[in-house]
Design a protein around this ligand. Structure first.
Ligand code: FUL
Length: 502
């Protein structure tokens, strides 16, 4: 591109006045992206931050959490499996998709794979003609629900586990089957639990593998990227989404989407602490995912109970509300259905989320910012309130600690605050605070060191007619896309519909 004298003059003028640069058409130029930025697929992933996990296999019938690989396929016999019941119950909770454990560590495959006889076709389910993965994929398609797959690298059944043959002929082939035969996938989940004792085709014993090299991840992930370009690859180290470092239902605070991985970091071999927080100025964009189960186990055990909806909401705030995604596991029982108590808890969570976020009490506020990029309404503070997640209030390049005052249409009571950044431009904040006008002065209600795709603060109910967002520290001009004030209702007393276990 050649600079003409006019644009050079405009550039000099705008630099001199410290205002935003303009394009040759006079439009205000967007700010340059800062640091690592998400791919379009990662941006799309951030738009559906809540989805589900479904742990289902022979363990459902034996009561184990990690099957040894010696389970007989005959035991897999769900009496009333219904993928529609599972999908619609998850959808009622507000989830946007489900990831199925197509093969867990025990090696039993829920689809009629050609890679091993240890699969659903050897079970009594539908007289060996069933395909659980297909039924899930079809139900997801029917209900416009995203579908993803989990396929365990560790295989305690396979006799060749630990040798190169297992990786090329079995594991990679299983990934190929799953990524080519079941339609579009939104996530492919790679587990870090690896190696150890097992049945191994009856040979038993313990097998260790080199976590860095054994599975040939570049080849496996290359296949996923080729067959499912829109899918997120989940693992301890991404590259699409990373583990949050714990299975308790919370991301770090802050939990930055940026992280710097070291050369030795690999699946099953990384410092969990850094996964939880990420790094300020981290070199890669790999947002965190919080995977947690609604029950104490990942698989269904009749003696266990699901979490109450209030507890699920807390998990939502500690994951989605920290800029991570939430992958909530809800395991089917021996019937192949989600248990009535889990369904009830999910339904109450969904109703609660819908009620909480139905009305943004700041939507009709008038917004006055200390600075707007190029004085251009396209970057004005109203963009915080327009309901469009991809329009943003942006300041001039030189203005890194601006503030915006939002005068509400009357006094409002709220107890939840939402703030989002335009993540397409990178993480642009190191400090932000929200104040309310109370008794004739500003009082700080909330603060954070990072925002990213979403930050939610729960606070005691506050009544005010004016709030202020203050950026207190930023390396570049901020680009904040959404602000919301909500009144989260109280939870009704939780009463599981079915007493005791099954
Ligand atoms: C872990 C596995 O070992 C658990 O069984 C479960 O699948 C969990 C999601 O990941 O690493």
């Amino acid at each position: 591109m050649h600079a003409n004298p006019q644009s050079v003059a405009r550039l000099a003028l705008s630099l001199a006045w410290g205002v935003a640069l303009q394009s040759s058409h006079g439009a205000t130029l967007p700010p340059a992206a800062h640091g690592a930025t998400p791919t379009p697929a990662q941006v799309k992933h951030a738009e559906r931050p809540f989805y589900a996990f479904c742990h289902f296999t022979v363990d459902t019938f034996t009561g184990a959490e990690w099957g040894s690989g010696a389970e007989k396929p005959e035991i897999f016999n769900p009496s009333a499996f219904d993928a529609n019941q599972i999908v619609t119950s998850l959808q009622a909770a507000g989830a946007a998709g489900v990831i199925l454990t197509c093969k867990h560590h025990d090696g039993f495959c829920l689809w009629p794979t050609k890679t091993t006889p240890h699969n659903v076709s050897a079970s009594p389910y539908k007289n060996g003609k069933g395909d659980i993965v297909r039924e899930f994929a079809d139900a997801c398609k029917q209900h416009n629900f995203a579908f993803g797959v989990y396929v365990s690298p560790w295989d305690r059944n396979n006799e060749n586990y630990g040798t190169p043959k297992y990786v090329t002929d079995v594991y990679h082939e299983q990934i190929r089957e799953l990524t080519t035969q079941y339609g579009q996938l939104f996530e492919v989940w790679f587990d870090g639990a690896n190696g150890g004792s097992g049945h191994y085709g009856g040979k038993g014993g313990t097998r260790t593998i080199d976590r860095l090299t054994y599975y040939n991840w570049p080849v496996a992930w290359g296949m996923v990227l080729k067959n499912q370009p829109a899918a997120m690859i989940f693992s301890d180290v991404g590259p699409g989404v990373r583990w949050c470092g714990n299975e308790q239902g919370h991301a770090g605070d802050p939990c930055r989407a940026t992280i710097t991985l070291d050369p030795g970091d690999s699946v099953g071999n990384i410092d969990a602490g850094k996964l939880g927080t990420g790094h300020l100025g981290g070199k890669q964009w790999i947002a965190a995912e919080v995977d947690v189960s609604i029950r104490p186990g990942w698989f269904f055990h009749p003696e266990q109970n699901p979490r109450a909806p209030e507890n699920l909401m807390q998990i939502y705030l500690n994951s989605v509300g920290h800029g991570a995604s939430l992958n909530l596991n809800v395991p089917p029982d021996k019937r192949g259905l989600l248990h009535e108590n889990d369904v009830a808890s999910l339904a109450q969570l969904g109703a609660h989320l819908r009620q909480t976020f139905a009305t943004n009490l700041a939507a009709k506020a008038s917004a006055k910012a200390s600075n707007t990029r190029g004085n251009d309404p396209a970057y004005g503070p109203e963009k915080l309130l327009d309901g469009d997640p991809w329009s943003a209030w942006v300041t001039d390049d030189a203005v890194t600690t601006p503030e915006v005052v939002l005068t509400l249409d009357g006094e409002k009571s709220f107890n939840l605050i939402l703030l989002r950044e335009d993540i397409r431009l990178g993480l642009r904040l190191e400090g932000v605070a929200v104040d309310a006008w109370l008794d004739g002065q500003w009082k700080e209600l909330a603060k954070a060191e990072s925002i990213g795709s979403c930050h939610l603060w729960r606070l005691p109910e506050t009544r005010s007619n004016k709030v202020r967002v203050r950026v207190t520290k930023a390396p570049v001009c901020p680009a904040l896309s959404d602000f919301g004030l909500y009144l989260e209702p109280a939870f009704p007393a939780w009463q599981p519909p079915v007493g005791g276990g099954r």
